[in-house]
Design a protein around this ligand. Structure first.
Ligand SMILES: Nc1ccn([C@H]2C[C@H](O)[C@@H](COP(=O)(O)O)O2)c(=O)n1
Ligand SMILES: [Zn+2]
Length: 160
């Protein structure tokens, strides 16, 4: 008889997004994303970080600064955009993105244009910001479904 406590698809893909987030150097918010095809194949992953060639140790991680150029926001590449850019194939049509934080408006534009049809997200902690309100408006217009992740109440442990 097969074992019953195997990872369900949503747990598996959100688990990979969460693991990817652990690669982020952002001291305040680590975000991970995992893009999955219609037939449950993992297409790409990403996390928030500085662009290639822009050193994690030299660029700022501060949230605020007297000078905008000394805060992270002008530089950091978001997890969802990195997941799109890390994709090496040619077709993201009808794919789903699992992300640990609701996408911003800029990533949403790119997700829509890439053919992503569903967003499954964990945190929506910036839900009252114009960026996320605009993101949801665009997703609604473009027919992109967004669904909160429903965690199953258990700790994921690897039993070897
Ligand atoms: N959907 C999102 C939203 C934000 N990020 C990144 C951008 C920053 O590195 C960090 C947010 O920083 P905070 O303002 O919370 O200090 O998360 C992302 O990758 N995806
Ligand atoms: Zn974004």
């Amino acid at each position: 008889m097969k074992k019953e406590n195997y990872l369900k698809w949503d747990e598996y893909f959100m688990g990979i997004a969460l693991l990817s987030a652990e690669r982020s150097k952002d001291p305040h918010t680590s975000v991970g994303a995992c893009i999955v095809s219609e037939d449950n194949k993992i297409l790409s992953v990403g996390y928030n970080g500085m662009p290639m060639g822009c050193s994690d140790d030299e660029y700022p991680w501060e949230r605020t600064s007297d000078n905008e150029l000394d805060a992270k926001y002008l530089y950091v590449c978001h997890a969802e955009l990195n997941a799109l850019l890390n994709y090496t194939g040619t077709n993201l049509k009808n794919a789903t993105i699992y992300t640990t934080l609701f996408p911003c408006n800029e990533c949403t534009k790119a997700l829509i244009q890439s053919g992503i049809k569903e967003v499954i997200y964990m945190s929506d902690k910036y839900s009252d910001t114009p960026s996320v309100i605009a993101a949801k408006r665009m997703m609604n217009s473009a027919g992109v479904k967004f669904t909160p992740y429903k965690p199953i109440n258990r700790n994921i442990e690897l039993q070897l």
